[in-house]
Design a protein around this ligand. Sequence first.
Ligand code: PAF
Length: 305
Amino acid sequence: MTSKPTIVRTVAELRKRIASFRRSRPIEEAAVGFVPTMGYLHEGHASLLRRSVQDNGLTVLSIFVNPIQFGPNEDLDKYPRDEEKDVALAASCGVDLVFLPTVQEMYPQRRVTTVMVSEVTDGLCGASRPGHFDGVATVVAKLLNIVQPDRAYFGLKDAQQVAVVTRMAQDLNIPTEIVSCPTVREEDGLALSSRNVYLNAEEREQALSLSRSLSRVAEWIGEGVDAPELSELLKREIRRSPLAKVEYAEALTYPDLLPPEPGTPLRSIDGSVLVALAVRFGTTRLIDNRLLNPKEVGVHACFAK
Ligand code: PAF
Protein backbone atom coordinates (compact mmCIF):
# COMPACT_ATOMS: atom_id res chain seq x y z
CA MET A 1 0.00 0.00 0.00
CA THR A 2 1.40 3.38 -0.94
CA SER A 3 -0.14 6.74 -0.20
CA LYS A 4 0.90 9.96 -1.91
CA PRO A 5 3.33 12.10 0.07
CA THR A 6 2.42 15.73 0.70
CA ILE A 7 4.49 18.09 -1.42
CA VAL A 8 5.69 21.17 0.39
CA ARG A 9 7.54 24.03 -1.29
CA THR A 10 8.18 26.51 1.52
CA VAL A 11 10.18 26.38 4.74
CA ALA A 12 7.26 27.82 6.73
CA GLU A 13 4.81 25.17 5.51
CA LEU A 14 7.30 22.35 6.13
CA ARG A 15 7.96 23.54 9.69
CA LYS A 16 4.22 23.81 10.34
CA ARG A 17 3.56 20.24 9.17
CA ILE A 18 6.47 18.75 11.13
CA ALA A 19 5.43 20.63 14.31
CA SER A 20 1.87 19.42 13.90
CA PHE A 21 3.10 15.80 13.49
CA ARG A 22 5.23 16.08 16.63
CA ARG A 23 2.31 17.53 18.63
CA SER A 24 -0.02 14.75 17.48
CA ARG A 25 2.16 11.86 18.73
CA PRO A 26 3.47 10.63 22.05
CA ILE A 27 7.18 11.43 22.21
CA GLU A 28 8.27 7.81 21.61
CA GLU A 29 6.41 7.74 18.28
CA ALA A 30 7.29 11.25 17.16
CA ALA A 31 10.75 10.66 15.63
CA VAL A 32 11.37 12.46 12.35
CA GLY A 33 13.68 10.92 9.73
CA PHE A 34 15.16 12.99 6.92
CA VAL A 35 16.71 12.07 3.58
CA PRO A 36 18.29 15.03 1.76
CA THR A 37 18.76 14.50 -2.00
CA MET A 38 19.20 16.35 -5.26
CA GLY A 39 16.48 14.26 -6.90
CA TYR A 40 16.55 11.96 -9.93
CA LEU A 41 16.09 9.24 -7.37
CA HIS A 42 17.25 5.66 -7.78
CA GLU A 43 17.33 2.47 -5.68
CA GLY A 44 20.17 3.90 -3.58
CA HIS A 45 17.92 6.77 -2.46
CA ALA A 46 15.03 4.32 -2.06
CA SER A 47 17.11 2.26 0.39
CA LEU A 48 17.67 5.40 2.52
CA LEU A 49 13.98 6.29 2.38
CA ARG A 50 12.86 2.78 3.37
CA ARG A 51 15.30 2.78 6.27
CA SER A 52 13.97 6.13 7.46
CA VAL A 53 10.35 5.00 7.15
CA GLN A 54 11.21 1.90 9.16
CA ASP A 55 13.01 3.87 11.92
CA ASN A 56 10.77 6.94 12.29
CA GLY A 57 7.17 8.05 12.64
CA LEU A 58 7.53 10.67 9.88
CA THR A 59 9.89 10.71 6.91
CA VAL A 60 10.82 13.90 5.08
CA LEU A 61 12.55 13.77 1.70
CA SER A 62 14.12 16.93 0.31
CA ILE A 63 14.80 17.36 -3.38
CA PHE A 64 16.96 20.37 -4.09
CA VAL A 65 19.70 20.72 -6.68
CA ASN A 66 21.93 22.91 -4.56
CA PRO A 67 23.70 25.40 -6.84
CA ILE A 68 26.40 26.34 -4.31
CA GLN A 69 27.96 22.87 -4.30
CA PHE A 70 28.66 22.93 -8.05
CA GLY A 71 31.84 24.49 -9.46
CA PRO A 72 31.65 26.93 -12.41
CA ASN A 73 32.44 24.21 -14.99
CA GLU A 74 30.34 21.44 -13.45
CA ASP A 75 27.00 19.95 -14.46
CA LEU A 76 24.55 22.18 -12.52
CA ASP A 77 22.56 23.17 -15.62
CA LYS A 78 22.30 19.68 -17.03
CA TYR A 79 21.85 17.88 -13.68
CA PRO A 80 19.03 15.39 -14.40
CA ARG A 81 15.59 16.17 -12.94
CA ASP A 82 12.29 14.28 -12.91
CA GLU A 83 9.94 15.53 -10.20
CA GLU A 84 7.03 13.28 -11.13
CA LYS A 85 9.07 10.08 -11.08
CA ASP A 86 10.77 11.14 -7.82
CA VAL A 87 7.43 11.71 -6.09
CA ALA A 88 6.19 8.32 -7.33
CA LEU A 89 9.27 6.59 -5.91
CA ALA A 90 8.87 8.51 -2.63
CA ALA A 91 5.26 7.31 -2.47
CA SER A 92 6.30 3.70 -3.04
CA CYS A 93 8.75 3.97 -0.12
CA GLY A 94 6.14 5.43 2.26
CA VAL A 95 7.57 8.97 2.48
CA ASP A 96 5.26 11.44 4.25
CA LEU A 97 6.55 14.84 3.15
CA VAL A 98 8.52 15.86 0.08
CA PHE A 99 10.23 19.24 0.43
CA LEU A 100 10.78 20.76 -3.01
CA PRO A 101 12.05 24.31 -2.46
CA THR A 102 13.16 26.73 -5.16
CA VAL A 103 16.63 28.29 -5.09
CA GLN A 104 14.93 31.55 -4.02
CA GLU A 105 13.25 29.77 -1.08
CA MET A 106 16.55 28.27 0.11
CA TYR A 107 18.68 31.35 -0.56
CA PRO A 108 16.27 34.30 -0.28
CA GLN A 109 19.00 36.89 0.28
CA ARG A 110 22.66 37.31 -0.60
CA ARG A 111 24.32 34.64 1.53
CA VAL A 112 27.12 35.86 3.80
CA THR A 113 27.39 32.70 5.90
CA THR A 114 29.20 29.54 4.81
CA VAL A 115 29.77 26.37 6.81
CA MET A 116 33.34 25.23 6.16
CA VAL A 117 34.56 21.90 7.46
CA SER A 118 38.36 21.65 7.35
CA GLU A 119 40.79 18.68 7.30
CA VAL A 120 38.31 15.97 6.26
CA THR A 121 37.71 18.07 3.12
CA ASP A 122 41.42 18.44 2.22
CA GLY A 123 41.71 15.36 -0.01
CA LEU A 124 39.66 13.30 -2.48
CA CYS A 125 36.64 15.25 -3.84
CA GLY A 126 37.54 18.19 -1.58
CA ALA A 127 40.82 18.59 -3.51
CA SER A 128 39.40 17.98 -6.97
CA ARG A 129 36.18 20.04 -6.49
CA PRO A 130 37.25 23.21 -4.64
CA GLY A 131 34.37 24.71 -2.65
CA HIS A 132 32.15 21.66 -3.15
CA PHE A 133 32.03 20.64 0.51
CA ASP A 134 31.44 24.25 1.65
CA GLY A 135 28.30 24.11 -0.48
CA VAL A 136 27.32 20.69 0.85
CA ALA A 137 27.98 21.55 4.52
CA THR A 138 26.11 24.86 4.19
CA VAL A 139 23.00 23.39 2.57
CA VAL A 140 22.94 20.34 4.87
CA ALA A 141 23.26 22.62 7.94
CA LYS A 142 20.37 24.73 6.59
CA LEU A 143 18.23 21.66 5.85
CA LEU A 144 18.94 20.13 9.27
CA ASN A 145 17.91 23.43 10.87
CA ILE A 146 14.75 23.58 8.78
CA VAL A 147 13.65 19.97 9.36
CA GLN A 148 15.24 19.40 12.81
CA PRO A 149 15.12 15.63 12.29
CA ASP A 150 16.01 13.02 14.86
CA ARG A 151 17.91 11.08 12.20
CA ALA A 152 19.29 11.97 8.77
CA TYR A 153 20.29 9.30 6.26
CA PHE A 154 23.23 9.45 3.84
CA GLY A 155 24.63 6.88 1.42
CA LEU A 156 28.18 5.63 1.85
CA LYS A 157 28.81 5.91 -1.87
CA ASP A 158 29.64 9.52 -0.93
CA ALA A 159 31.75 8.39 2.03
CA GLN A 160 33.64 11.68 2.25
CA GLN A 161 30.30 13.54 2.37
CA VAL A 162 29.23 11.26 5.26
CA ALA A 163 32.50 12.07 7.08
CA VAL A 164 32.03 15.82 6.47
CA VAL A 165 28.39 15.91 7.58
CA THR A 166 29.05 13.73 10.64
CA ARG A 167 31.93 15.94 11.74
CA MET A 168 29.94 19.12 11.10
CA ALA A 169 27.02 17.82 13.19
CA GLN A 170 29.41 16.93 16.02
CA ASP A 171 31.28 20.24 15.93
CA LEU A 172 28.09 22.33 15.76
CA ASN A 173 26.14 20.26 18.33
CA ILE A 174 23.42 19.55 15.78
CA PRO A 175 21.13 17.11 17.63
CA THR A 176 20.55 14.82 14.65
CA GLU A 177 21.93 11.31 14.41
CA ILE A 178 23.75 10.96 11.07
CA VAL A 179 23.00 7.46 9.78
CA SER A 180 25.22 6.06 7.00
CA CYS A 181 23.80 3.37 4.72
CA PRO A 182 25.52 0.95 2.33
CA THR A 183 26.09 1.68 -1.35
CA VAL A 184 23.51 0.10 -3.65
CA ARG A 185 24.84 -1.47 -6.85
CA GLU A 186 23.55 -2.69 -10.19
CA GLU A 187 23.67 -6.47 -10.69
CA ASP A 188 27.03 -6.13 -12.45
CA GLY A 189 28.57 -4.05 -9.63
CA LEU A 190 28.20 -0.45 -10.91
CA ALA A 191 27.37 1.81 -7.94
CA LEU A 192 24.03 3.56 -8.48
CA SER A 193 24.32 7.27 -9.21
CA SER A 194 22.03 9.86 -10.75
CA ARG A 195 24.95 10.65 -13.08
CA ASN A 196 25.02 7.12 -14.58
CA VAL A 197 22.40 8.31 -17.12
CA TYR A 198 25.09 10.41 -18.80
CA LEU A 199 27.12 7.30 -19.77
CA ASN A 200 26.88 5.93 -23.32
CA ALA A 201 26.90 2.15 -23.80
CA GLU A 202 30.67 1.89 -24.16
CA GLU A 203 31.34 4.14 -21.15
CA ARG A 204 28.77 2.21 -19.10
CA GLU A 205 30.62 -1.03 -19.89
CA GLN A 206 34.02 0.44 -19.02
CA ALA A 207 32.66 2.07 -15.85
CA LEU A 208 32.70 -1.43 -14.36
CA SER A 209 36.45 -0.89 -13.95
CA LEU A 210 35.67 0.98 -10.69
CA SER A 211 33.89 -1.86 -8.92
CA ARG A 212 36.21 -4.42 -10.55
CA SER A 213 39.32 -2.73 -9.16
CA LEU A 214 37.68 -2.24 -5.74
CA SER A 215 36.81 -5.94 -5.64
CA ARG A 216 40.57 -6.69 -5.55
CA VAL A 217 41.35 -4.34 -2.66
CA ALA A 218 41.00 -6.96 0.09
CA GLU A 219 43.36 -9.30 -1.78
CA TRP A 220 45.99 -6.54 -2.29
CA ILE A 221 45.78 -5.37 1.31
CA GLY A 222 46.14 -9.00 2.41
CA GLU A 223 49.38 -9.16 0.38
CA GLY A 224 50.83 -6.34 2.49
CA VAL A 225 50.70 -3.25 0.20
CA ASP A 226 51.01 0.29 1.58
CA ALA A 227 48.77 3.18 0.48
CA PRO A 228 50.87 4.38 -2.51
CA GLU A 229 51.24 0.80 -3.78
CA LEU A 230 47.49 0.22 -3.50
CA SER A 231 46.88 3.45 -5.40
CA GLU A 232 49.16 2.28 -8.24
CA LEU A 233 47.50 -1.15 -8.41
CA LEU A 234 44.03 0.45 -8.56
CA LYS A 235 45.08 2.89 -11.29
CA ARG A 236 46.66 0.11 -13.35
CA GLU A 237 43.52 -1.99 -13.10
CA ILE A 238 41.21 0.92 -14.00
CA ARG A 239 43.37 1.98 -16.96
CA ARG A 240 42.77 -1.38 -18.58
CA SER A 241 39.58 0.42 -19.65
CA PRO A 242 40.89 2.89 -22.24
CA LEU A 243 38.10 5.48 -21.78
CA ALA A 244 38.80 5.82 -18.03
CA LYS A 245 40.66 8.93 -16.82
CA VAL A 246 41.56 8.43 -13.16
CA GLU A 247 41.19 11.57 -11.04
CA TYR A 248 42.15 9.86 -7.80
CA ALA A 249 42.55 6.36 -6.39
CA GLU A 250 43.51 6.60 -2.74
CA ALA A 251 43.45 4.85 0.62
CA LEU A 252 42.85 7.04 3.69
CA THR A 253 41.98 6.37 7.31
CA TYR A 254 38.24 6.73 8.02
CA PRO A 255 36.52 8.88 9.20
CA ASP A 256 39.51 11.23 9.69
CA LEU A 257 40.55 10.88 6.05
CA LEU A 258 44.27 11.06 6.78
CA PRO A 259 46.88 9.47 4.50
CA PRO A 260 48.54 6.46 6.15
CA GLU A 261 52.32 6.69 6.48
CA PRO A 262 53.96 5.42 3.23
CA GLY A 263 55.71 2.14 3.94
CA THR A 264 53.07 1.10 6.48
CA PRO A 265 51.27 -2.01 5.25
CA LEU A 266 47.57 -1.17 5.19
CA ARG A 267 46.79 -4.50 6.82
CA SER A 268 48.52 -3.28 10.01
CA ILE A 269 46.20 -0.26 10.42
CA ASP A 270 43.70 -0.32 13.30
CA GLY A 271 40.19 0.89 12.49
CA SER A 272 38.63 1.65 9.13
CA VAL A 273 40.29 2.49 5.84
CA LEU A 274 38.47 4.15 2.95
CA VAL A 275 39.65 3.20 -0.53
CA ALA A 276 38.13 5.83 -2.80
CA LEU A 277 38.05 6.38 -6.55
CA ALA A 278 37.02 9.22 -8.85
CA VAL A 279 37.19 8.39 -12.55
CA ARG A 280 36.01 10.30 -15.61
CA PHE A 281 34.43 8.76 -18.66
CA GLY A 282 34.15 11.55 -21.21
CA THR A 283 32.46 14.39 -19.32
CA THR A 284 30.94 12.07 -16.68
CA ARG A 285 32.69 11.84 -13.33
CA LEU A 286 31.98 8.72 -11.28
CA ILE A 287 32.99 7.97 -7.72
CA ASP A 288 33.01 4.70 -5.81
CA ASN A 289 34.74 3.34 -2.73
CA ARG A 290 35.30 0.46 -0.33
CA LEU A 291 35.24 1.03 3.39
CA LEU A 292 36.94 -1.78 5.23
CA ASN A 293 38.70 -2.78 8.37
CA PRO A 294 42.09 -4.08 7.13
CA LYS A 295 42.53 -6.30 10.17
CA GLU A 296 39.36 -8.13 9.16
CA VAL A 297 40.23 -8.41 5.48
CA GLY A 298 41.23 -12.06 5.70
CA VAL A 299 38.12 -12.90 7.71
CA HIS A 300 35.51 -11.52 5.32
CA ALA A 301 36.92 -11.62 1.81
CA CYS A 302 34.19 -9.06 1.31
CA PHE A 303 32.54 -7.32 -1.66
CA ALA A 304 31.47 -10.07 -3.96
CA LYS A 305 30.86 -7.92 -7.07
O1 PAF B 1 24.33 13.83 -1.79
C1 PAF B 1 23.58 14.71 -2.26
O2 PAF B 1 22.67 14.45 -3.02
C2 PAF B 1 23.85 16.16 -1.88
O3 PAF B 1 25.21 16.42 -1.74
C3 PAF B 1 23.08 16.62 -0.64
C4 PAF B 1 23.52 15.87 0.60
C5 PAF B 1 21.59 16.41 -0.86
C6 PAF B 1 23.32 18.11 -0.39
O4 PAF B 1 22.89 18.88 -1.47
